[in-house]
Ligand binder design. Structure first.
Ligand code: 5AD
Ligand code: SF4
Length: 378
């Protein structure tokens, strides 16, 4: 490994902040290409050559919050609200199992009412009973693999009791992005009220960890007011929180949100894409055995956005299973891939890309974070 790459791993310690900053800022394309190659190699060594799949279900766009960047914020009256019936969600679970997606993600706006909490609990119990098909694409199931679907939740901040109830009902991974690890920047992109404090978000992440989840977080990249220094702090935040999974992607303005007024003050789409891919590669260098997603927002900025992330060390993709009818209303940001993007990866440009490079799509595998197991072993 060349000397530049070695700057990232000085004797196994955290790299200095100025080293990370230099990697985010450098215009030396050859060096950046080497960084991506090194990150890709580390991903292969740690998690194998394949890409893990999670079937994404956007189960509801009802949300109690008003994050200033998000298209489905409560106060956006232009959003047509939906809440998928339980039977539809279970049907999506069957669809996932049929497609060989052994893991699913239930994502939705934040709701904390009892009706919602118990709906999720019941659903988890139902989804757990769905049997995976044997031999989908990848032959027999490996011994360490469980029989049912692996379930990740992404349903915002809840009390520790609710997190525990859902864990006991069968969820074992949870995604809750910190959005920005800098309390001041967090404050600028959220309303100033009790529902939207940085402290609440941190406490929720700590609760998830205590309950026993594999914990994922992430940030948006290219936000108004955000500097490269913030992004360096984000990387070190992930490391210090010892996260198991990460999903991060570019910020993409949504026209019906308060933050959209700064749309001409953020980095160009090219720069936001480039920064996002660099963040993936740097995080892979810092945390070799976590799961890192090639996120959907990357696809908005480039047809090859997810592919670029994979080449820089990402190892998870989340194809959207949500029915097209609802999907258009899960409108987090402008240009979110909609009707043109199919849940079944077979024969897509993305699948062909992976095939050409001999990167297997790991159907039939849960694809848990190796970091989680290492953490469990102590
Ligand atoms: N641009 C990019 N990502 C966004 N999200 C919400 N709004 C936007 C946006 N405008 C992301 C947030 C949230 C996830 C569900 O979607 O990071 O955690
Ligand atoms: Fe709700 Fe999440 Fe959007 Fe915030 S980012 S408004 S919590 S859906």
């Amino acid at each position: 490994m060349n000397a530049l790459i070695d700057t990232l791993r000085p004797n196994g310690l955290d790299p200095a902040e100025d080293v990370l900053l230099a990697w985010l800022k450098t215009t030396d394309e050859a060096a950046v290409a080497q960084l991506y190659q090194a990150a890709f190699r580390i991903k292969n060594e740690q998690s194998g050559p394949g890409i893990f799949l999670r079937g994404l279900m956007e189960i509801s766009n009802q949300c109690q919050k008003n994050c200033l960047y998000c298209g489905i914020r409560h106060q956006n009256e232009a959003t047509l609200r939906y809440d998928l019936p339980e039977s539809d969600i279970l049907a999506l679970g069957h669809k996932a199992a049929e497609l060989g997606y052994a893991s699913i993600v239930l994502q939705g706006g934040e709701r904390v009412d009892n009706k919602f909490v118990s709906k999720i609990t019941r659903l988890l119990q139902g989804l757990k009973n769905i049997e995976l098909k044997r031999g989908v694409d990848g032959g027999a199931r490996k011994p360490h693999q469980a029989k049912g679907l692996g379930i990740t939740l992404s349903l915002g901040e809840q009390t520790e009791e609710v997190y525990r109830e859902w864990y006991e009902a069968g969820a074992h991974r949870y995604l809750l992005r910190i959005e920005s690890s800098d309390p001041e920047l967090y404050g600028k992109i959220h309303p100033q009220d009790k529902l939207h404090t940085y402290q609440r978000r941190i406490e929720a992440l700590q609760s998830l960890r205590r309950v026993g989840y594999q914990v994922g977080t992430g940030v948006m990249i290219g936000l108004p007011f955000q500097t490269e220094e913030h992004l360096v702090k984000d990387l070190l935040f992930f490391k210090h929180l010892d996260i198991d999974m990460c999903g991060m992607g570019p910020y993409i303005p949504h026209h019906d949100t308060p933050l959209a007024v700064y749309a001409d003050k953020i980095p160009s789409p090219e720069r936001r894409l480039d920064l996002s891919i660099r963040m993936v590669a740097l995080l892979r260098m810092l945390m070799p055995n976590i799961n890192i997603a090639a996120t959907t927002a990357l696809q908005v900025l480039s047809d090859r956005g997810r592919e670029l992330a994979i080449e820089a060390g990402a190892n998870v993709v989340m194809p959207n299973l949500t029915d097209l009818l609802y999907r258009s209303n899960y409108d987090l940001y402008d240009g979110k891939p909609g009707a043109s993007v199919d849940a079944d990866l077979t024969d897509s440009p993305f699948a062909r890309y992976l095939q050409e490079r001999n990167i297997p799509i790991l159907r039939g595998e849960w694809g848990d974070s190796m970091h989680y197991f290492a953490r469990q072993r102590g």
